[in-house]
Ligand binder design. Structure first.
Ligand code: BG6
Length: 368
């Protein structure tokens, strides 16, 4: 049942290409993006002038990525907020606010209450959910289902990649409705998304390398994760996976913040995982990141670098180099996350923990 794997999570990591294919299927019709359920008018969509994304845990990290895509494509301000914080701080909401609620289960109490609060303020709600007919989609004005299939591992993997994909579809649907992108541009972006299952499949060739690395790092006291731009939410997710599965102190930082505090944490042999921006697509960010790696290496960190194939400049600074395919900037998280999932699972396994059922965690938390 685990498909010959030691634990479900590894099977689910390997199912990610199909999860993306299934999530994309049927959403590009007659040259345009379509949602699964749509109870808003075209005019409602055009009138939206503010987006809030609310979610918890891994879904929240996917939401952070939605901000990069929606602001870039739609020119609407986007705020991303932990669902458990959202309704307690009296956010400014109205008819022209779209609240995007992301939840694998569709039953998470914090997210559901955030949705209910948004509706009392007359905001529109769009749900991204992996469970057909769950409570959150039932209470929403529009729904896009991720089709990752049931996820057994308590720590989210394939649903995370599917959520990122769904977020981008929502971004394209909004851009199309608002006219901030021409239809040929929407078509081109969709094509790039459609190429991602293959890129993720290619990334799975790093699994054995990362498993070996995981065993080597299993005795570390802590692991830090650094990212910039879309690599920052990936760093947060890499750290969360490690906390959840390996019960290890792990933190994700925006690399630019390093010098404002976290660099004090660097000590000899501390593993630091760095998600490199694309060398071609983001040359400036790439060179800034190289300086960050230099700084941490000079202080004795053991650098684990996730970088695009052909990124020669980073090689001298990588104690371990994990190569991922070169893809469009916004799409890089779909490939850079994969080795971080494997790393967390394998460190946990090497420490003797149950990867599929981490202590104290539940797959879906229905109390606030
Ligand atoms: C947590 C799960 O309790 O809920 C996480 O352990 C998950 O893995 C989070 O990301 C949010 O769950 P959902 O179902 O709302 O996406």
């Amino acid at each position: 049942e685990k498909g010959g794997h030691d634990y479900f999570m590894l099977k689910e990591i390997e199912e990610q290409p199909e999860a993306l294919e299934n999530t994309l299927r049927g959403h590009f019709v007659n040259g345009g993006i379509v949602l699964d359920e749509q109870r808003m008018t075209e005019q409602d969509l055009r009138d939206i002038d503010k987006v809030f994304v609310v979610a918890c845990g891994t879904a929240y990290h996917s939401g952070l990525l939605a901000k990069y895509a929606i602001e870039h494509w739609c020119r609407i301000p986007v705020e991303v907020e932990l669902a458990s914080e959202f309704r307690y701080r009296d956010p400014v909401l109205g008819r022209d606010t779209l609240v995007v609620a992301i939840s694998q289960s569709g039953e998470t109490a914090d997210t559901l209450e955030a949705v209910r609060h948004a509706r009392t303020q007359r905001a529109r709600v769009l749900a991204i959910c992996n469970t057909n007919g769950a409570q959150i989609p039932r209470e929403s004005d529009a729904v896009l289902y991720t089709h990752a299939g049931p996820e057994i591992g308590v720590a989210a993997t394939k649903t995370f990649l599917a959520q990122i994909t769904a977020n981008y579809l929502v971004g394209l649907a909004l851009a199309q409705a608002r006219g901030t992108k021409y239809s040929d541009e929407v078509a081109r972006e969709f094509e790039e998304l459609a190429a991602m299952p293959q890129a993720v499949r290619q990334t799975l060739s790093t699994v054995e390398q990362v498993r070996t690395l995981g065993r080597e790092l299993a005795d570390s006291k802590a692991v830090l994760f650094l990212g910039r731009h879309v690599g920052y939410p990936v760093a947060l997710e890499g750290a969360l996976k490690l906390k959840e599965l390996a019960y290890m102190h792990a933190e994700g930082f925006a690399a630019g913040e390093l010098k404002h505090g976290p660099i004090a944490l660097i000590e000899d042999r501390l593993p630091v995982v760095v998600v490199m921006p694309s060398a071609k697509g983001r040359a400036l960010l790439h060179s800034k990141m190289l300086s960050n790696i230099r700084e941490i290496q000079a202080r004795g960190a053991r650098t684990v670098v996730i970088a695009e194939e052909g990124d020669e400049a980073v090689r001298p600074f990588a104690d371990e180099l994990i190569e991922i395919p070169a893809v469009a900037t916004l799409l890089q998280p779909l490939v850079s996350t994969v080795p971080l999932q494997v790393l967390a699972a394998e460190i946990a396994r090497a420490r003797g923990y149950d990867v599929d059922k981490p202590r104290n965690l539940a797959k879906s938390v229905t109390v606030e």
